[in-house]
Design a protein around this ligand. Sequence first.
Ligand code: SER
Length: 612
Amino acid sequence: MGVSEVREKYLRFFKTSPRNHKEISPTPLVLKNDPTTLFTSSGMQPLVPYLLGEPHPSGSKRLANSQPSIRLQDIEEVGDNRHTTFFEMLGNWSLGDYFKKEQLSWFYEFLTKELGLARDKLWVSVFEGNNQVPKDEESFKIWKKLGIPDKRIFFYDAKKNWWSMTGTPEEMQVGHIGGPDSEVFYDFGEWRKIHENSPFKDRGCHPNCDCGRFLEIGNSVFIQYKKVAENKLEELPQKNVDFGGGLERFVAATKDDPDIFFGDSFWPIIEVVQDISAVKFIEAQQSYRIVADHIKAATFLIVNGVLPSNKQQGYVLRRLIRRAVVKMKNIRVPEAYMISTDSDYEGSIYGDIVDAVFTIYCDLYFQNSNINDVIKIIEEEAIRFYSTLERGGKELGKVAPFDLYQTYGLPLETIEELYKERGLKFARKEIEKEIERHKELSRSTSKGMFKGGLVDHSPEVVRLHTATHLLLASLRKVLGDHVVQKGQNVTKDRARFDFPNPEKLTEEQLKKVEDMINDVVKKDLPVSFSIMSKDEAEKTGAIHAFNEKYSDTVKVYTIGPTSPKLRGALPFSNEFCGGPHVSHTGEIGHVRIKKQEKIGTGLIRIYAALEI
Ligand code: SER
């Protein structure tokens, strides 16, 4: 069976007599005005007031729906055969109406009659009790009566058989509601090995052992408690049922195949990627699953109004897209597909995937969404990140991880991912410390820079100051745009200039830089400045000192003609600066690079002087 068929069967089953549930619309994935959660992660989330006793606007005490959900706590697990960030949760709720007997019998009937799952493949778990809540003998008896033998019913503690939005009774936030639960697992067969890291290894294989033999497919939570104080649960005035089951997992069970990615809500995505990649699914399943899950989740987020950014939901979206790009590169999606846009002749991999996602869900979730907008947003983020990854990836193993971050701009989580893939150790804590140290350093350097780093405004200092602008512009042209000013100090005798670069320059590079500076000196180019708003200045592409803070109105010094006759050609140098400077580069005289030093990880210092 496929997702549409299972979803439809489920909703029909719960809507018809004697169950008589009212189908409610799913909640948007991103809840506006809810600062407590980033995403809707279960169907019960928006129903809390009704589970507490408020009448539901539909007028019914029996509700059901299919809820698109995102759970980030499983993000590290994505890549195995069953974990995803995005999934659809089939849910049914009793708001103080029916309870354990009806819930467990109906769910069992749905699984065995509607989905046709074999009875002997179903195992269940119930709550073993704790100091505040008794053992759930009632559910145990119901399951037995339904025909599940003792040996397939397991009791577990609150870590496994208690549900609230914030965890076990001890972990639960005061004010939150929850209760014991009973889970149903599908058994894919005994041949699977128990994972050697399983905390249950010495108990042998059983539903919660995580070896892959069992897949949890549904969870009936009996929401009957509210946490009112530390160590204090109080019974709610009404006894509720909150059932949630993973749609994609139901599909896997109907196929008797433990890999949910073979279901029709994933396989078409994997196929479009496999069609053009050099590495096939069978050789790199983890990467394929991550790509399929992450771009699907990204599509849903964008359709729900999220845009890539550095904050909250936008940051999650950005991470999902970037991680998918890393994985696509691993499975060798040809570069042409990764850097072209959907409107290009070659087409883009992002367009192909989003197209597949839309085909799977269009009828239900995307009728009002424009596929081209979604593709464009993903492409823009992915293509930009791809070039960063290309540059940084080449240096992996050659330069320190800190340099990958600082110089090549790879996000820490990407570096961690790349290290993990290659089985290398990644000392995240140490790198974070180093980043902090560098921030401190540039903060204190910046303080010095407010004075411009000049000891005085003598003619020698002014000439060397202009020479330093030429030095920075030349370094950027020879080494790349990662070169920025991290520190500057100019005296009568020499200019000292610090900038990020993984290693010292080669002799050849140094010579190139020096020649370039002197070439501009020879050309006697004009040096001018204009005063403009910071925003305007930024638009001109003027560079500024790293981490420096500027007021709203700034001065931008330009070396080289700025005349409109240039037809958009860029001046040699364009920099935020307070001055002063010479008026023509010929006044500087011959510049000589005297010395270079590596003064920290990825930080180079150059000394330059004037040759009289
Ligand atoms: N709230 C429970 C869960 O998310 C069941 O719906 O698992």
